[in-house]
Design a protein around this ligand. Structure first.
Ligand code: APR
Length: 320
């Protein structure tokens, strides 16, 4: 049987890491697409040359031609520009929205059966726009944010409790931004919810609040340290977890930016919610109950996403 084909649109920091991970995990053959001439070709060749030492079987190709992504099983989108000093959020939105238009059309024309995972920021608005431009079924287009935000939360919690990250589960919902909603009630150490761990004296409410805030600021913390760019190892790993769930029909329960039209009382929008990912793409949205405080935080996050989507509609009339 032929190996799955995985198209990576954007061969920057995250795109290159994605390609390396796909090869190391032998998830399939890789096509790295980028408008920057030489970058995808160079990264593909460099990673291919690590093959003899690693012993993986995967073909890697770099390209500037969308025809090369034809028939891709999975497309992971990181194309776009990061924010630079002096730019407003609307400037960034406008530029990346144009990128989503060309990427969406490229996928529509060449890989319409793919499962598409968007990573480009501002995530929830960009994945919505990418779906609109591509016209693919909603369940086949989603955004990577919740897996990463939850992974950051799990990492910080494991440090606090001195236990393995494997035994920490966490739930982070809402938009991928300052308003994201880490749900402590649904986050556990081996099934014991965080509020119970506070009662048991494993931590204090103050420390837990600080960890929640550090999770919200997780991306900014890395930007502050790197100074020249944003996080790429953990974002790439998170997207690979989602791609693997699709390719292997794992039915993983993973938070991601999924299309909600009815779920959680939302209408025609993408936002971070718990989902089941399998061979059908986003097969189900897990509609958990939220208490009053959690719902208020979720609503404010939803409103922030709606504001960005409205800005997209204002910039590109075809989306309105
Ligand atoms: N089509 C294809 N690739 C493009 C396009 C386009 N229209 N426009 C830009 N690119 C490419 C750039 O040439 C660059 O190689 O996208 C790549 C982006 O890579 P980086 O700048 O290294 O950014 P990265 O750290 O990988 O992040 C990508 O993911 O997490 C988000 O905020 C982040 O939006 C950013 C995206």
């Amino acid at each position: 049987m032929a190996r799955p084909k995985i198209a990576l649109i954007g061969a920057g920091q995250i795109g290159g890491t994605l390609a390396h991970l796909v090869a190391l995990k032998e998830l399939g053959d890789v096509v790295l697409f980028d408008i920057a001439e030489g970058t995808p070709e160079g990264k593909a060749l460099d990673i291919a040359e690590s093959g003899p030492s690693e012993g993986f079987d995967a073909a890697l190709k770099g390209t500037q031609d969308y025809a090369d992504i034809a028939g891709a099983d999975v497309c992971i989108v990181t194309a776009g520009v990061p924010r630079k000093p002096g730019m407003s959020r609307d400037d960034l939105l406008g530029i990346n929205l144009k990128v989503m238009k060309s990427v969406g059309e490229g996928i529509r024309d060449n890989a319409p059966d793919a499962f598409v995972i968007c990573i480009t920021n501002p995530l929830d608005a960009m994945v919505w726009a990418l779906r609109e431009f591509s016209g693919l079924p909603h369940e086949k287009v989603c955004g990577m944010a919740g897996v990463l935000d939850s992974a950051r939360f799990r990492h910080f919690l494991s440090l606090e409790f001195g236990v393995s990250m494997k035994d920490v589960t966490a739930f982070v919902l809402g938009g991928h931004g300052d308003t994201m909603v880490p749900l402590t009630r649904y986050s556990t150490v081996a099934g014991v919810p965080l509020p119970d761990l506070v009662k048991m004296g494993w931590t204090t409410q103050e420390k837990l609040d600080a960890i929640v805030q550090r999770t919200r600021d997780g991306g900014a913390e890395i930007v502050g340290l790197l100074k020249t760019g944003s996080a790429f190892y953990a974002p790439a790993t998170s997207a690979i977890e989602m791609a693997e769930a699709y390719l292997k029909d794992q039915k993983r329960v993973l938070p991601c930016a999924a299309y909600c039209d009815g779920a959680f009382g939302l209408k025609d929008m993408y936002v971070g919610v718990p989902t089941v990912i399998g061979a059908g793409g986003v097969e189900r949205i897990v509609e958990i109950e939220m208490n009053k405080d959690e719902k208020a935080m979720f609503d404010s996050s939803v409103n922030a996403v709606k504001g960005l989507v409205d800005a997209c509609k204002g910039i590109d009339e075809s989306l309105a």
